[in-house]
Design a protein around this ligand. Structure first.
Ligand SMILES: NC(=O)c1ccc[n+]([C@@H]2O[C@H](COP(=O)([O-])OP(=O)(O)OC[C@H]3O[C@@H](n4cnc5c(N)ncnc54)[C@H](OP(=O)(O)O)[C@@H]3O)[C@@H](O)[C@H]2O)c1
Length: 491
């Protein structure tokens, strides 16, 4: 845990030298233009109880019951807390003032410091290095102007207030060349205030120039990438650490391996099965999950050329109902173009409850090398966001599912992009979630690994036609996956 004691260095790397300064995490609530205060108060008053609860939970909770956390704040933030609520109970309150013009020195649980660095040095020295578990910087604007993106800041927990408020105190934007998202909650609404809890973690020690993502993984244009300098993220409070959405996938894999039922299947490989309704979230991980169908020999389709899978996903999405001959035929204008219909409905009738893309065409199933696994997607528009719920009838948790999640997350981002919306949720409903026996060992290896912060996707803003995209229109920034784990394809 970073800064727990004199034997850690920032970002949790073990070292024999004491830290000269403590690292810290910022907890703040801000509007889209980073407004945090108005007339010495919170612009939204005390109407966001969920935010107050999050603040209390994260700053109060310690893993060691013998320790407490410290909160560092500016003098004006101290004064914005009502007299009966300060000092904030159960935490060491560190108040920064240059003038020292007010008298709180005698209050219990309160320390006054003349600068941020002297506060961090004090907390790194005895006795605080032993008694204080984590340090949170809680505002206000003047403190965070330098403190938000400073090298000692290892994580930023920000409640993003989407509803606009008049503010007179602002903080800088989060520097996304050094911080990457760990977690983002679904949007919540309380007292008509729409807000989201987001945590960013530091992945690099300092800001990188504008072309900040060197590609050292793949030479094509899609992966703008560089390795994280920070390797461990266990400095995050447990309540935030465990929110990483990849744990949804990992817990489901663990459940199947631990409690699934053995069953024979089409591939002849004994597999484990668990009934579990759904999980959601965006996952972009290193996956070699090419489609099972691509590896399948044609079954009873003797006239087909090798590689001709029949009227599978792309054909059904763009030419539903057309008569399939072979993969070389020109189907222009034939059948129903579901993809364009989906985009048209999202743009022109976003409240439609029939924005559906179906790859399941019963009359064509006998012509396919393998009937669609991810068969049905429904799109939903609200608050300027596009969400997608996809039903998958058969889910190979080891190889296929990570690839399917990444594919539909990307599809949702692409459709949102051409419709001038922002991506919302991806909800993945699994009909038959299974782990092949020969994937158990590699998946157990994967379960030992701790997720890393998510990469971000950039799409060429000039491209607004779904048919115009090239691979070079996409950039995946900050993708630093764990090493590849090989799994055999079940055929
Ligand atoms: N939305 C949120 O999460 C959130 C959180 C906290 C606060 N707020 C809001 O933010 C506003 C207060 O922010 P603010 O920017 O006006 O004030 P602030 O940052 O809370 O406090 C400023 C004061 O802190 C001292 N100070 C600042 N930098 C210092 C440094 N480097 N070293 C030593 N002392 C330092 C100075 O005190 P002296 O003048 O005594 O020298 C300065 O006047 C309020 O509206 C509050 O409600 C919002």
């Amino acid at each position: 845990m970073a800064g727990d004691s004199a034997v850690t260095v920032p970002n949790g790397n073990a070292n024999t030298q004491p830290d000269p300064q403590r690292t810290y995490q910022v907890v703040v609530a801000a509007t889209k233009d980073m407004g945090i205060g108005k007339d010495g108060k919170l612009p939204w008053g005390f109407s966001l109880r969920s935010d107050l609860k999050f603040f209390k939970d994260i700053t109060l909770t310690t893993s060691d019951s013998g320790k407490k956390n410290a909160v560092i704040m500016g003098r004006k933030t101290w004064e914005s807390i009502s007299a009966e609520n300060r000092p904030l109970p159960g935490r060491l309150n560190v108040v920064l003032t240059r003038s020292g013009s007010f008298d709180i020195a005698t209050a219990e649980n309160v320390v006054i410091c003349g600068s941020m660095s002297s506060a961090l040095e004090l907390l790194a020295a005895s006795p605080y290095c032993l008694s204080i578990e984590k340090v949170f910087v809680i505002g206000g604007g003047e403190i965070l102007r330098d403190g938000l993106n400073a090298p000692q800041c290892e994580a930023i927990h920000i409640t993003e207030i989407e509803t606009s408020f008049d503010c007179d105190t602002f903080i800088p934007m989060v520097d996304l060349s050094v911080f990457q998202p760990w977690y983002s909650s679904p949007p919540l609404v309380e007292n008509n205030i729409r807000h989201t809890f987001v945590t960013y973690v530091r992945v690099r020690s300092s800001a990188v120039a504008s072309d900040h993502q060197n590609n050292d993984v793949n030479s094509d244009d899609v992966l703008g990438n560089s390795k994280f300098e920070v390797k461990k993220f266990s400095f995050l409070p447990k309540i935030v650490f465990e929110r990483h959405e990849e744990f949804l996938y990992l817990r489901l894999v663990q459940d199947i391996i631990s409690d699934g039922t053995f069953r024979d299947d089409r591939t002849g490989t004994v597999m484990l099965l668990v009934c579990r309704k759904c999980f959601g979230g965006v996952l972009l991980k290193n996956s070699c999950g090419s489609s099972v169908a691509q590896q399948m020999p044609s079954i009873g389709l003797k006239d087909r050329m090798e590689g001709d899978l029949g009227p599978v996903y792309g054909f059904q999405w763009r030419h539903f109902g057309a008569r399939y001959t072979d993969m070389h035929a020109d189907y222009t204008g034939q059948g129903f173009d579901q993809l364009l219909d989906v985009i048209d409905k999202i743009k022109n009738n976003p409240n439609d409850r029939r924005i559906v893309l179906s790859a399941w065409n019963p009359s064509d199933l006998k012509l396919m090398a393998l009937p669609p696994c991810h068969m049905f997607a429904q799109f939903y528009v609200a608050n300027g966001e596009l969400s997608c719920q996809m039903y998958q009838r058969s889910a190979d948790m080891g190889l296929g599912v990570p690839f399917n999640i990444a594919s539909y997350a990307l599809l949702t981002c692409m459709i949102a992009h051409v419709c001038d919306l922002v991506p919302g949720d991806f909800i993945h409903v699994l009909g038959d979630a299974h782990v092949y026996r020969n994937h158990v060992r590699p998946l157990q290896e994967q379960l030992q690994k701790i997720p890393k912060p998510f990469p971000t996707l950039e799409i060429n803003p000039e491209k607004k036609n779904i048919d115009s995209f090239m691979a070079s229109d996409f950039k995946l920034l900050g993708y630093d996956p764990h090493q590849k784990i090989v799994m055999q394809m079940a055929v």
